[in-house]
Design a protein around this ligand. Sequence first.
Ligand SMILES: [Zn+2]
Length: 355
Amino acid sequence: MSVEKSGKQPMQTKNKILIAAVSAVVIVGVALGIYFGVHSSNKDSNNKDESKTNNSNLPTTTSSALPSPSPSANPIPPGQNGTMINGTLFPYYTLTGPAPAPVGVPGMVYTMCKTPGTFSISFDDGPSAYTHDLLDLLDKENLKVTFFVNGNNEGCIYDPTVQSVLKRAFNSGHQIASHTWSHPKLTSLTVDGITTEMTRLEQAFMDVLGVVPRYMRPPYGDGTFGNGNANDQKVQGTLKNLGYVITTWDIATTDADIDDNNNPHKLTDEALMKAEQFQYTSVINAAAKGTTHMALHHDTYERTVKLMAPWSINYVKGLGYKIVPVATCLGDEDPRTWYQKIGKPAATTPTTCTK
Ligand SMILES: [Zn+2]
């Protein structure tokens, strides 16, 4: 059974990983062992997913670092529609015609894929200054993934440079899903607070892309597992009422926990990759053959984009899986089912996230 109504399996899986990780670290070496000792305590605080509880340790990855499209310098050829980025035309991804009935169930929590042979790779918390490089890699590999996007976290979604990379991802055919406006722990909010986190980002998605996503991922998985916050009916019920299919993960690379950006222990590329890759291999090796997986990365880390993502793609392909977006692996193969509303982007949008 690949559909998990409760968050029990991820917690059990996490425990298995933790036990296995501690064992492996003994083999890997003392230095890495010291690291994992620290990391184990972090898991107890349910920060295994994203690391954005405190941004103060993060490097300055301002949106100004993002390449900016120059429409005037790169006019779109007559008869074509799209976004020009650094001289390359990215055609608008048109979603027209009636959508088939969606398969994903609002309010249901999915931690693994359903379609045999599929494997979903997703990236949370962006877009960031590294997302263009990731999109280049995905173009080269001819792969589509899911981006769980925030409204105001790594950058402001209305920043013109962030808008441009988000449009590029969407127009390229990747699934765009919600990760809340500001990345809070949803169990800490009231129903109204959860609703505002979702609807404020809905408005931004409509403004920038002309769609409202059907799929979402709670920051930290909060409300679906961990720290007594599993199966939180306030969170899941509110998301259900808002029409959202809830998707978490069964493989977390822990990039948000262990990359240099967010950890005082400066890991070499080799040590970091060894630790992140172990998260993949330990889960996959422990699972029955043919098990489908949902893997979590963050496109807000340079080494995730430049080192880990290429490794993940090659590894998963080597196992014989087909890499697809989260919705696709749950049976929603038609991109029109990935969105609750499909319309047109706003002619003009705000350029900041200040109200
Ligand atoms: Zn996140």
